[in-house]
Design a protein around this ligand. Structure first.
Ligand code: MG
Length: 383
């Protein structure tokens, strides 16, 4: 990684109520981590020696939870307006008055390291640096849903954050800003005070999460990797009158013996999911020595694995289970098993496969000593 040109600090403004995006958007999860965490991680990784997160009053718990395990950030309390929030953040920063400060909106999570370094470098010989994108669409004015003339897009740019300034420049500019006027952004404040703000190429991925539907678009922008996991399980036959397989109870003249309900199909599938995540195996999560899992319905093991996947921002793509036994006949129950798995996993039916085979009377399954199950799971995880 390229080192930062000079030491710099950052302010991440997470103080808005975010009402247009459904409220509290800075704490919402995106790709398995809270929105605010994306920027704070990026700034720390880019070499920021101090990051102040400005959050609404009484949101310490949300902030601590969202940023757990990260070092180098601290909290400042937000104000009535964005301008007050930024100034609270500036007051909370120490360091040299000429130190560059990047002021960023938490609602723009996909902050690129190269852009951060570009901004800090652009401050040489300028009073501020602003990432911006050219306006590609043509611009129109409209009144009550009717087009009423056009507007020239030449020399128009879409301003993004972070915006970079030396600490002293932005503090002085805010001091000179008329109290009764709302500031659009820091660049406007510095410009009004006579400063020259340099334009730096922005980043289209640095989109702002404004409306609820923006979250779906942002999720789609997160690079993901496809992974595969496999699982295997076997249980011994014993006296009984029914057997659980893939979450379905089948009348049978024997049952499978185990600590839980001995559903080998669900156990193999749970291991396949955990395997794809590199997250241990079913015994790590549900020790057979633990009395609370005695006779337990195995669908909860699978649900747990899916929850672990969801918590990491992952998604299940498809599963494929093979049951290996001479008896009972699986085929009459296959559709019910697929439907049950699809329901547990929230997958469409065509993404769930249950197959069965015998071993031609060979081996422990062939001799009727036990039943075995194999499973594969394909998942997607944020890369
Ligand atoms: Mg088992």
């Amino acid at each position: 990684m390229t080192p930062p040109p000079v030491p710099f600090a950052a302010i991440v403004v997470a103080a808005g109520s975010g009402s247009r995006a459904g409220g509290g958007k800075q704490w919402r999860t995106l790709g398995g981590k809270p929105v605010v965490r994306w920027s704070v991680e990026a700034l720390l990784k880019a070499g920021a020696d101090e990051v102040v997160v400005v959050a609404p009053a009484a949101s310490e718990v949300e902030a601590e939870t969202a940023l757990a395990g990260l070092n180098g950030w601290r909290l400042a309390v937000g104000g009535e307006t964005r301008a007050v929030s930024v100034q609270n953040g500036l007051n909370a920063l120490g360091g040299h008055p000429d130190r560059p400060v990047l002021i960023h909106d938490a609602a723009r999570p996909f902050l690129d390291l190269a852009l951060i370094h570009r901004l800090v470098a652009a401050l040489v010989g300028a009073d501020g640096a602003l990432p911006a994108l050219p306006v590609a669409d043509s611009l129109r004015r409209a009144t009550d849903g009717w087009v009423s003339g056009g507007a020239d897009r030449e020399n128009l740019w879409r301003a993004q954050t972070p915006q970079a300034f030396r600490w002293r420049t932005i503090v002085d500019a805010y001091a000179a800003w008329p109290k009764d006027e709302a500031a659009t952004d820091e660049a406007a404040v510095v410009e009004r005070a006579g400063g020259r703000v340099r334009l730096v190429p922005g980043d289209p991925r640095l989109m702002k999460l404004t409306y609820p539907e923006d979250f779906a678009m942002a999720e789609a922008l997160i690079p993901r990797q496809v992974r595969v996991g496999q699982g295997f399980d076997a249980h011994r036959w014993g006296p009984g009158s029914s057997v659980w397989l893939c979450g379905v109870e089948i009348a049978h003249d024997q049952t499978l013996i185990g600590h839980s309900d001995a559903d080998a199909g669900l156990h193999a599938l749970t291991d396949a999911l955990l395997g794809a995540m590199g997250d241990g195996d079913i015994g790590d999560h549900f020790p057979p020595t633990d009395p609370q899992w005695k006779g337990a319905s195995s669908d909860q093991f699978l649900v747990h694995a899916v929850e672990r996947l969801t918590a990491r921002g992952g998604r299940l793509i498809n599963v494929d289970v093979t049951l290996i036994c001479e008896r009972p006949k699986v085929k009459p129950h296959r559709q019910a098993m697929r439907e049950r798995l699809a329901a547990i996993l929230s997958l469409p039916l065509d993404a769930v496969s249950v197959k069965a085979t015998t071993t031609e009377a060979m081996g422990f399954t062939g001799r009727g000593e036990g039943l075995a199950a194999q499973a594969l799971a394909t998942i997607e995880l944020p890369a």
